[in-house]
Ligand binder design. Sequence first.
Ligand SMILES: Cc1ncc(COP(=O)(O)O)c(C=O)c1O
Length: 367
Amino acid sequence: MNVPFLDLKTQYKSIKDEIHTAINEVMENTAFAGGPFVAKFEQEFANFCNCRHAIGVGNGTDALWLSLNALGVGRGAEVITVPNTFIATTEAISLAGATPVFVDIDEKTNNINPSLIEAAITKKTKAIIPVHLFGQTADMDTIIDIAQKHGLYVIEDACQAHGAEYKGKKAGSIGHTGCFSFYPGKNLGAYGEGGAVVTNDDALAAKMKMFRDHGQAKKYYHGIIGWNARLDGIQGAVLKVKLKYLPDWNDARRKHAKDYTAGLSVVKEVIIPQEADYARHVYHIYAIRVKERDKLMSYLAEKGIFCGIHYPVPVHLQDAYSFLKKGKGSFPVAEKCAEQYLSLPMFAELSDEQVAYVVDQIKEYYA
Ligand SMILES: Cc1ncc(COP(=O)(O)O)c(C=O)c1O
């Protein structure tokens, strides 16, 4: 049996006619950059997230960078986040002119350990970026309490958490802004690049709309120095079609996760992901933890099962961030997890047989 890590084709085929109709409409209207197809998607995505505004942007990195800019978090500021994230989280902080300050994670949730945040706050701290890694939200009540006590902004990196919930609230709707990536492999993926910021703050939304469009609210009248970070019309139309299916796709992921967990919980060598009491996890990634994961990964590949690693090197140990001088041992939990993570195949269209086959092969490996 062949079990790819991700299969975008099967999903595309299931909605092909609708997608082609939507793309044709954009072509007929030549509404390519921003425009009405983006605006319709923004409205629906804002509703989906229970937020007043969604601002479509070029990608998830833009969403984070735009949030920081609009909140005035830049040169001289420190921004607290985690080292076990995709580097885009810290790239946005750095390109805004600020400095990332890392806090270790809680290995039960793979997310920021809130009990370590206050010790990392200095006079320069302006914001916290919790990353809802793998599709499970961070412990937002505790984070918001700390932020309010110290007058900090909270920017949710929800790039892996479309439709995830924290105590019934949608990921992205809790902080000052919530940032999403629509990279093709995401739970809600574009057919190209895409991203969005959601917020309930009217003034912030207006500022971000200007920012993403060269600082203009009216064509060729530039109130602020902005950037080109627009979402394109074809992606808006594609995402609007796909958004309708997202709840079902997330349910399917949750079912696969449940089956993986049921099958693997008896394998003592495997640490399975845990769902926090407060969370509705949407399993963008189903990452187990095992010792010597590369050996298991190769064994599974021989059996036709393809896994991923998210992420092999924490950000503080990347060459790009060596200037922070946070060597090995600085964030022991994140470092241990990075050595052990193995992401199993996960996408809505996986069959029950494929999931059972993955479980059986892992059991056989350890037998
Ligand atoms: C946690 C996290 N943050 C930010 C991003 C950046 O998103 P994009 O690739 O759309 O710029 C990603 C995308 O992989 C991500 O996983």
